[in-house]
Design a protein around this ligand. Sequence first.
Ligand code: PRP
Ligand code: URA
Length: 209
Amino acid sequence: MSNVKVMDHPLIKHKITMLRMESTGTNEFRKLVEEIAMLMGYEALSDLETKNIEIKTPIEETIQPVIDGRKPAVVPILRAGLGMVGGVLALIPNAKVGHIGMYRDEETHIPHSYYCKLPPFIEERLIIVVDPMLATGGSLIDAVDEIKRQGGKRIKCMCIIAAPEGVAAFTEKHPDVQLYIGSVDRCLNKDAYICPGLGDAGDRIFGTK
Ligand code: PRP
Ligand code: URA
């Protein structure tokens, strides 16, 4: 579990509680997902590399740090991951955005991949994969498999709610990838939904149920 960081900030905890409530409507749900993604992103990006540059303040010349290296890539897992993109882009507006399309078969819970488009020079970028839900772990495992196949090396993942089963499966398959989680919940139910969870994240973000 050394590469897993569970968020401990009261603002994140409060917003996740609001997100879970059945009474939270689509508009509020979207806003909360984006805000939580921004707060988690602040933590996940705390080791961004910097370089020193010379600048001039109104007072004097000075050497000060700015972010260094290729622009990071934010990669949402469709659909629900799309809801987190704006929050991360609020922190790093010039980041590139890739997309990975995955859906879980309702009967088998096995993920199926239907789309993948990543920014060029992916091997040189910090990659932040976002998906609000880590249930069995199948979707995130397959998404990271694909990113690695395409050359991705420095990968971090952010999930708002995870099941212990998914965390265990993911860390076993990708021990080198840093995983940031808002809350680790109790367990999965027989339909592989997270308990207590928040229901179907994609449906709640896009109002499709
Ligand atoms: C949800 C969620 C994850 C996946 C997690 O997506 O956004 O991608 O399930 O489950 P897993 O860990 O068991 O793979 P879903 O397949 O419902 O697609 P959607 O986002 O299009 O609704
Ligand atoms: N996908 C979701 O959206 N919610 C869950 O609880 C599990 C998978």
